[in-house]
Design a protein around this ligand. Sequence first.
Ligand SMILES: [Zn+2]
Length: 416
Amino acid sequence: MLTGRKYRAYLDVWQADYAEQIGAVCRAVWNTALEQRRSYRRRGAFIGYRNQARELAEAKVEHPWLRTVPAHCLQQTLMDLDRACRTYSPWKVNWRARVGRHFWSPSFRFPDGKRIRVKRIGRKWGLAKLPKMGWIRFRWSRPLGGTIRSATLKRDGSQWHISFLVETGEPERSVSLERGRVGIDRGIVQAVATSDGRFFDRAFLTPGERQRLLRLERQCHRCRPGSRRREAVKAKIRTIRRRERDRRADFCGQTAATVVRGNALVVLEALNTRGMTASAKGTMEQPGTNVAAKSALNRKILDKGWRMFELACRNKARHAGTAVLTVNPAYTSQTCPNSGCGHVHPDNRKSQAKFVCTACGHHEHADTVGAKNVLARGHSGHRAWRPRDAPVCEAPTSGNPQGITAPGPRPRNPRL
Ligand SMILES: [Zn+2]
């Protein structure tokens, strides 16, 4: 099974400088190649990876700065662009910018596993040798366990990380149906509620950190744009933001492991997070209404990391031999989960947390009700749309609880 292993890398001054340089050249190659693809398409023509790679080789003769970085990294950039443009369209693939809306953090891949050497130099430290970069020190925070296929260097703010794609040699677990099944409802008040009545949630910033963040943000607005002071404040903000992000990733990973463990089937509601959190301001033609409330809701949705949780579930499922299924979530919060009732009405949901069926009087926590209905739909083999990248898995069928077929919204293409 292929799996990823990520470590914090500590580059020396020369390496950090060189890594920035590689990132900058990769960015230039990406943007030039994307512009080339677009201009071909404007003329009704097409250019693919092969021709672009050939032209890159020719450009190296004319521009020596292209030769200063590892050739493999540039090829990988063109391959990534090729895949992105084939999956979506050149018009939907974003530029890679140094600052601003299309900000891209330097990240590049060394695809030849045979040329990468790793050795452990202590209990906590390891060294990895990458072509042209030399030996890179990294924190040995988890076992590597397998043969290396490729390595990626990525910068996150001021920190560098090295991740290896590793072939562990263990076979992909097949799904065994003896174990349990669970439905998941993702929410704002409780990040994750399960059909067996468990709740998972945590705050990713302490009240003190939240206050400090607010103060720093105000301070940042008072600073003159481009000033050294402003940069210093922004660096402090980034540190807090990164901490928040790391905790969210931790929470998603740990919760996913808890939920997936011991279950043969995990049913999630298919969420179109990008569509749900589309700009509150609206567009020039269609300005939004309730902008402040909507943008606050957007922040909360994104804050909980719903999408990240789903990805974590799919990842853990590969190791545990669990099927992950998504179903259409329409009306799951308004349907009575009581077998034999199944009454659907908006009045069933009295408040955010309270669910009382107006037909049979069944009462339960609203999030648990949502999770139960999601599970029921997974059981009934409810035809659900899936995001394009999701693996297709068959739902084990048993019984036929209420399966409501309301047409769900089509997911939009996530932007790259
Ligand atoms: Zn009922």
